[in-house]
Design a protein around this ligand. Structure first.
Ligand code: FMN
Length: 658
């Protein structure tokens, strides 16, 4: 017995997500789709399975074997047959009652009005490079008040834009006008996917050839386009929910497991887009022959989004013991959240979180500086009412023609702590002036540069180091932050960057394997002496000067410490630009603050008493400036760049899963 088609039963499994009444509304709708290739074909079949009752479809092509990887209608049995004919048959096989009007010669100005007659919605299925006809179809939709959807298959994802009646038009968004085809291709690509999620995983860029109108494509992208576009179609046709309209868009990339909502007011006229266009064109013009064929290749090979590029630089900001107390969440292509944290639960140097907050400040300043290379102004807002231990910042970027690339940018990755002896050549007045200018009005630089002051500072460091090296609480920290037998470390301090000679380094590595060994060495073999001479006493003299960043007021809030970090980073980068090296010397400030605030930091009473004496010595050293306003301390001088250094976690590891 032949099977009978029954519309209600065929679409009964839609019911639940749509009502029976809505299903009937879909049955009464007509959708126009131009192009029956990779996306157009699967759009038709998807919308047919949604139960839409009528279609106008257009395509002048026939199936060929190169269509097999992605086109729903391309099979051995359909080779050489017209695409509209094959797809109409397939759709009728799903719903024999479907009403399909075919345009087998494609669409042009003569049949455009017929193509759109009685149509409720247009879904773009045209070839990427069919700019003239695409402009004409979208213009007709705008004139006729027909909503239009374009879902572009990009890499292994889809970028969606809806053009709704009365809202921004296709032409207003893409600004293609009568530009040369090459320029149209660039504008179309950048406008479709401002988040550019697909960039970075194209493995063979030679397969992109603009001149030949050829580029790689995947079935995954086509299927994603159909799912996303049909969902938008459902919402538009049933008047459901909120529908995004250009200049808002959506980009989902399955390969990168990422979704970005995009917003480009002004479309391709948006300063951010103009910037991206000019960068793409600059790359293009730099290329040797045959330049016109390679623009997509250049763009595809650019790594990640602008925010990722900014973060890729900013992650080189310094942090105590290279803890990198930050994780990133990219919200969209102009917003980012910095999730800060501190290490107070396990680090005796961070009991009040201030060193971590200073490091976060250094990171935020570096973001600000790095963004300037893209002509972006950065706005940073700390979220209030969160626990002190998780300082969180909303960071947004906005194009600003006034913003010039900061001259400190090249030094972001070059700056590195130098813990070994530096030259004793004093700083020149010019160098001091430049460094003082870098800290702005809210801070003052206190210099300790005479031989007498350097000697007093070196002795203070030497004495503070004894606290560090004999305190059980600090031992646990040192053990966890030093990477032994290493010149580089991604998330720790490599032992070769500490500043000890190789023999003492090896001895320390052995001693530090247990607290018992440390105690034995300290008690019977004056174990702290050699490291303290090498790490504190000699470097304390072997430098141009010690410096202290004095704040106008005693820092109180997280914001004050963040500001210190921002200032420190400008100071440190400026030193790097002057060819000077720097080492923070934070223990005297940290322990004396603990003493001043009555914070319990050790169970050892004799260490506690000694810390009290050293706090008084620091007061004397800085007098008449109050030690309570000293926010950062270090040594600076001419020296070679450190040969061993901390590296950073990769961007991927610094991303939260948000
Ligand atoms: C808030 C803060 C405190 C620091 N304290 C010290 C310190 O007391 N002694 C030291 O040798 N380095 C100190 N550093 C330097 C870091 O250990 C160093 O910047 C980090 O390991 C990354 O290495 P890099 O500067 O070579 O990139 C400090 C850095 C920051 C941001």
């Amino acid at each position: 017995m032949p099977f009978q088609f029954d519309y209600e039963e065929a679409y009964s499994r839609n019911i639940g997500w749509v009502t029976e009444q809505e299903q009937q509304i879909l049955r009464g709708k007509t959708i126009a789709i131009a192009g029956m290739g990779g996306v157009g074909g699967v759009h038709l079949l998807t919308l047919a399975r949604l139960g839409v009752g009528a279609f106008h479809i257009a395509d002048l092509d026939t199936f060929e074997i190169a269509n097999f990887n992605r086109q729903a209608g391309a099979t051995m049995s359909t080779l050489g047959r017209p695409k509209v004919e094959v797809l109409a048959e397939m759709a009728r096989d799903i719903n024999p009652e479907i009403n399909i009007t075919s345009f087998p010669l494609g669409i042009d100005e003569h049949n455009l009005s017929e193509f759109f007659t009685g149509v409720d919605l247009y879904v773009d299925g045209l070839d990427f490079f069919a700019f003239a006809v695409r402009q004409a179809t979208f213009a007709a939709c705008a004139n006729l008040g027909i909503p239009a959807i374009t879902a572009a298959p990009l890499g292994m994802g889809t970028a969606l834009l809806n053009f709704l009646p009365g809202k921004m038009t296709f032409e207003e968004y893409f600004c293609l006008n009568d530009l040369p085809e090459e320029e149209k291709a660039l504008r179309f690509m950048l406008g479709l996917a401002p988040a550019r999620l697909q960039f970075g995983y194209l493995v063979d860029p030679t397969r992109v050839d603009l001149a030949q109108h050829r580029g790689p494509s995947t079935i995954m992208a086509c299927q994603l386009c159909a799912g996303v576009a049909a969902t938008e179609a459902l919402k538009i046709l049933l008047n459901r929910n909120k529908v995004l309209a250009a200049p808002h868009g959506l980009h989902f990339d399955a390969y990168r497991n990422k979704m970005a909502r995009t917003w480009r007011p002004g479309g391709n006229n948006n300063p951010m887009q103009r910037l991206a266009l000019s960068i793409a064109k600059r790359h293009l013009s730099k290329l040797a022959n045959p330049a016109p064929t390679r623009s997509l290749e250049v763009m595809e090979s650019a790594p990640g989004s602008v925010i990722e590029k900014i973060l890729d630089l900013a992650r080189w900001a310094p942090s105590g013991d290279n803890t990198q107390p930050w994780r990133f969440e990219i919200v969209n292509d102009h917003q980012l959240v910095v999730h800060g944290f501190d290490t107070r639960d396990h680090c005796v140097y961070d009991l009040d979180g201030h060193p971590s907050q200073i490091a976060i400040g250094a990171l935020l300043e570096t973001i600000y500086i790095a963004a300037s290379s893209h002509g972006l102004r950065t706005t940073i807002q700390r979220r209030v009412n969160l626990p002190e231990t998780t300082p969180t910042f909303d960071v947004s970027f906005e194009p600003d023609p006034q913003i010039q690339a900061d001259p400190l940018i090249p030094f972001i990755t070059k700056r590195s702590v130098q813990r070994r002896p530096m030259r004793t050549r004093p700083l020149t007045p010019e160098e001091k002036h430049t460094l003082e200018a870098a800290v702005g009005d809210a801070f003052r630089v206190l210099w300790l540069e005479s031989l007498g002051s350097k000697w007093r500072t070196a002795r203070l460091m030497f004495a503070n180091a004894k606290l560090r090296l004999t305190m059980r609480e600090a031992y646990e920290v040192h053990r966890s932050v030093i990477q032994w037998n290493a010149r580089f470390s991604e998330d720790k301090v490599p032992d070769q960057a500490i500043g000890l000679d190789p023999l003492t380094t090896r001895l320390m590595g052995w001693v530090m394997q247990s607290w018992k060994r440390v105690e034995f060495f300290n008690t019977f073999l004056a174990g702290t002496l050699a490291p303290r001479i090498q790490l504190d006493l000699i470097p304390g003299i072997a430098c141009a000067a010690h410096f202290v960043l004095m704040a106008e007021h005693e820092p109180q809030s997280i914001d004050d410490y963040v500001e210190t970090g921002r200032t420190l980073q400008r100071f440190w980068l400026t030193a790097a630009k002057l060819g000077l090296q720097l080492q923070p010397e934070m223990t005297p400030l940290i322990f004396s603050r603990y003493v001043r605030k009555g914070l319990k930091f050790t169970g050892n009473d004799s260490i506690k008493n000694k810390a009290g004496q050293l706090a008084a010595e620091l007061n004397d050293l800085l007098s008449p400036s109050p030690a309570s306003r000293a926010t950062f301390m270090g040594r600076v001088g001419a020296a070679p760049v450190a040969q061993a250094r901390s590296l950073r976690l990769s961007i991927a590891r610094l991303m939260t899963r948000g």
